[in-house]
Design a protein around this ligand. Structure first.
Ligand SMILES: *Cc1c(COP(=O)(O)O)cnc(C)c1O
Length: 395
């Protein structure tokens, strides 16, 4: 790619072609051009990159439930929830999700991204202060922006820093503390004990986005919040269905007053087509399997322990995570790309995560484990990683 002429670009920014070319050139020059790999059916590679933690996305019972839902209600829902899109299967799923998380009510959203936008937009305005963990998911940061709320970002998982920011808030301001439950690029779990007590002390509400904990953590897969923290401790709980549950969509769970407020005011809820009924039906089946087959979580925990022990022995740069997200912090972006290509050649697919998704110098391989895997595939992965490392020593 030809280096972009900065002067010409500033002169011509009123022109769309120039605007697009300018951004494309910057992205490429920074080595940050994003690529999509097409996944074909029958791909033989072992997948260590997806969020299908329980291996449910290909479960025949769930696929069959999806077909049943479609046969009963149609391939699509045909309208938004407030018009005619809200089918009995959506309603049943909401009730099951509320029971599963120990909440009074739950509300379905089309995606987790939209659930976070919807909650923040409906709860916050310019009189609201939002306190966010530095490593929160992009959708949480974007939601606060959509709401025109002021966001303060505290040091990752650091209750002291959060307290410091909270003591500066003016007395009349509503405060919302927002955190990922399991951090998507690091795999560590938010300090929930500390967050709940800080929130109570400062009269703040606490919102936890448990996209990566729901289904995976807790005896019945109720996540890192679930039944352990009541809705007067964690007022807003968000979970997604596209990760451990293997389907698609998301939900917000909490008290009836919260859910009613979202139905009235959350624009990303109101102005979009309801999830396809087949997806709701599949999610209902998936939730039931998730709750009744704890052996999936036990097997996954066993694989996590096995991977960590082997990676530690191999001297790989493990991060401090007890969840299926097991990143290897390589630091350098080119190094991450080299390793991930080498692994791909050996039939192993892992996520290559680079800035701006993570901070500069923090590029990493995002390895995710799943109940689909067996000990043999974990060993293959660790051996291949060791090879990458040895190859590097010889460079
Ligand atoms: C994946 C993810 C989301 C978005 O969920 P989608 O259903 O994929 O839109 C939100 N929050 C976190 C923490 C996530 O990891």
């Amino acid at each position: 790619m030809r280096p972009f002429d900065e002067h010409t670009s500033l002169m011509n920014m009123g022109n769309w072609q120039t605007f697009l070319a300018h951004h494309a050139a910057n992205q490429q020059q920074a080595g940050r051009w994003r690529h999509r790999a097409v996944r074909k059916s029958g791909d033989e590679r072992i997948d260590f990159a997806s969020n299908d933690y329980l291996g449910l996305s290909s479960d025949p019972r769930i696929i069959e439930a999806q077909q049943r839902g479609a046969q009963r209600h149609g391939a699509g829902s045909g309208a938004s929830h407030l018009v005619t899109g809200h089918c009995d299967v959506h309603h049943e799923l909401e009730e099951a999700l509320a029971r599963h998380t120990g909440r009074e009510r739950a509300l379905l959203f089309s995606t987790g991204y939209m659930a976070n936008l919807g909650v923040l937009q409906a709860l916050c305005d310019s009189d609201c202060l939002v306190f966010q963990d530095r490593l929160n998911h992009a959708s949480l940061l974007d939601g606060a922006r959509l709401a025109n709320a002021r966001s303060r970002r505290y040091h990752h998982a650091n209750g002291d820093d959060l307290q410091r920011l909270l003591t500066r808030a003016a007395p009349g301001q509503r405060r919302l503390i927002v955190s990922d439950g399991v951090f998507s690029m690091d795999g560590d779990i938010a300090p929930l004990e500390a967050l709940t007590s800080i929130a109570a002390h400062h009269h703040a509400w606490l919102m936890i986005d448990d996209a990566h904990g729901f289904g995976v953590l807790g005896e019945h897969g109720d996540g890192c919040v679930g039944q352990r923290y009541a809705s007067d401790q964690v007022q807003v709980l968000v979970g997604t269905l596209g990760k451990a549950l293997g389907t698609a969509g998301a939900f917000v769970a909490g008290d009836a007053t919260l859910i009613d407020h979202l139905i009235q005011f959350a624009r990303p809820y109101i102005y979009t087509t309801a999830l396809p009924p087949g997806v709701a039906s599949a999610s209902l089946e998936s939730l039931s399997i998730c709750a009744s087959e704890p052996e999936r979580r036990r097997h996954l925990q066993h694989l996590i322990a096995h991977f960590r022990a082997a990676a530690l022995t191999a001297g790989l740069p493990l991060m401090d995570s007890s969840t299926p997200i097991q990143p290897l912090l390589l630091g350098d972006e080119a190094r991450v790309m080299r390793w991930s290509h080498q692994l791909a050649e050996q039939g192993l697919s892992v996520g290559a995560i680079r800035p701006p998704t993570v901070a500069a110098g923090q590029a990493r391989l995002r390895i995710t484990l799943s109940a689909r895997h067996d000990v043999g595939s974990i060993e293959r992965l660790v051996n291949a990683l060791q090879h990458c490392q040895q190859g590097e020593l010889q460079r």
